[in-house]
Structures are given as structure tokens and as C-alpha cells.
Ligand binder design. Sequence first.
Ligand SMILES: [Zn+2]
Length: 167
Amino acid sequence: MAYRLERRTSDPATAGFEAFAQATLADPRGWGRAGFRLVPRADARFTLVLAEGPEVDALCLPYETYGLYSCQNGPMVALNADRWRTATPKWTGTLDDYRRYLVGHEVGHLLGLHHPRTQCPAPGRPAPLMAQQSTELDGCLPNPWPLDNEIVVGRRRPADLAPPYRP
Ligand SMILES: [Zn+2]
């Protein structure tokens, strides 16, 4: 699956976005375990955009992201630059891991995965990547990589690539 990266903010604090996102998507702990090969290519249809809140809100319409959230909307993933810079108050892991989570979670939607029914299967265990870890960890540990059971779901190709929006 080819994708391209677009940083639409000039804030120097976001300067490493392209290299970081690319490394996350190529990491052997990531969606590659489910058989996806994610390759950067300048003319790709699938696009990961990093932008400031108001632009993310516009890109995610008709869905509301309130200047806070990120989304996958058809072939596009829009990531909130403010979250990229500072993670969220609920996040207890490192900033790098939050960034990996943000990229992996939204690309997970692009690959057709849903949020899990249970946010945290057992306190003290790593949270599912597809859980909404930005909002609540529910006693789970912050986790930026797909769990084994999420890899199993990914291998099944649960949907066409780039399904309609999910938050
Ligand atoms: Zn989500």
C-alpha cells in the first residue's frame, strides 16, 4: 500500500514528522506483521496529513474533531499537530510512543480495522492499538503497536482499504 506524507504546518516542533511516520509504518512491530507493506510514494492516493486543529477539522468534515482529534476520512488520515507536539493528558507513555500510536491507530482505520469492543481487556496489560488511547487507557498500559489479536484481524483484511470515516 503506497502512501504519501504531507506536513501542512510550519511549526519547527513538527519538523521530524515525515521521517518519524515513515519509520513507524516500516517498523517490524507495526502493521507489516499483518502482511501489509506500507511504502512511501509521492503520487500515492492514501495521504497522511499533519495539520493544525482548524485544518484537521476541515479535512475531517462532516465529522467533528473539535480541534483536538485526528481522523481517517476516506483515503486520508488527518493528524492533529497539537497532539503530535504534546500527546494528551491521559497518555502515560513517552511522546515518541504517542506519535507511533497516533500514526498506527489512524492507519489501522485506513486498513479497515475498527475500535475494539473493550478499551482495556485487563488492567496492567498493553492497550489495543485500536482502542481510543487518547481519551482513556482504563488501567491498560499505553501501547503504540498492534497486539497479536489485532494482527490476526488485520490479516483477514476486514474491509476495503480506506473505508468511510471512523474517528
Ligand atoms: Zn479511532
